[in-house]
Design a protein around this ligand. Structure first.
Ligand SMILES: CC(C)(COP(=O)(O)OP(=O)(O)OC[C@H]1O[C@@H](n2cnc3c(N)ncnc32)[C@H](O)[C@@H]1OP(=O)(O)O)[C@@H](O)C(=O)NCCC(=O)NCCS
Length: 168
């Protein structure tokens, strides 16, 4: 079922996974029909690409941390934690965004990756987080509900869910 040497975990972006990152993200763009242009700088200078993504950076108007879900040299997906919400993110986007590359989908990775992301949110001192997904994104809805997501309405085609983080 899962031919990984060790269970994946969330880490700061690393140059160790160059080949699997580029192959996996290229496949994601094709599968999800999104542009590939952002991968060109990664191909040209992966170390600079990685350096730019490490640590806390300002995106969507809030501080954000990027994590890669990795087992050894195998890159599986990305999870981004937004440390706060803007009015826009409170409607769509929420605190956490994620994806798993196509070759590793449907094996429970996103469900476990979000559980790891919630632990990171707890470490940041958040006591609840907002998750949103397109109303027709059944896989993502399942990932959120499996992690305790409580429905909080639909705004412009995005379903919203709150997840309470206990302090234990
Ligand atoms: C959504 C996404 C992260 C799910 O990743 P994943 O690793 O395949 O998810 P999991 O294996 O943990 O599966 C979660 C649930 O969805 C179901 N599922 C996964 N893919 C599915 C599909 N294509 N069709 C129907 N159900 C699916 C699984 O069977 C599982 O259901 P269960 O909990 O009832 O057993 C992945 O499909 C993806 O990256 N999609 C593109 C980006 C995206 O949509 N990100 C989320 C934005 S809100």
């Amino acid at each position: 079922m899962n031919d990984l040497a060790q269970p994946p975990h969330l880490i700061s972006p690393t140059t160790d996974v160059r080949e699997s990152f580029l192959a996996g993200e290229w496949a994601s763009c094709i599968e999800d029909d999104t542009p590939t242009g952002w991968l060109e700088p990664a191909q040209d200078d992966f170390a600079a690409f990685v350096a730019e993504r490490r640590g806390v950076r300002e995106r969507w108007g809030v501080p954000c941390t990027t994590f890669w879900y990795v087992s050894g040299e195998q890159y599986i997906g990305t999870l981004i934690v937004r440390h706060a919400l803007t009015p826009e993110l409170a409607e769509a986007g929420g605190h956490i965004g994620y994806h798993v590359v196509p070759a590793w989908r449907r094996r429970g990775h996103a469900t476990r990756m979000l559980a790891g992301g919630l632990a990171e949110c707890r470490r940041l001192g958040l006591d609840r987080v907002l998750l949103t997904c397109a109303a027709d994104n059944e896989p993502s809805r399942r990932v959120i509900v499996a992690n305790g997501g409580v429905p909080a309405g639909r705004v412009r085609g995005e379903d919203r869910f709150w997840i309470a983080l206990d302090s234990a």
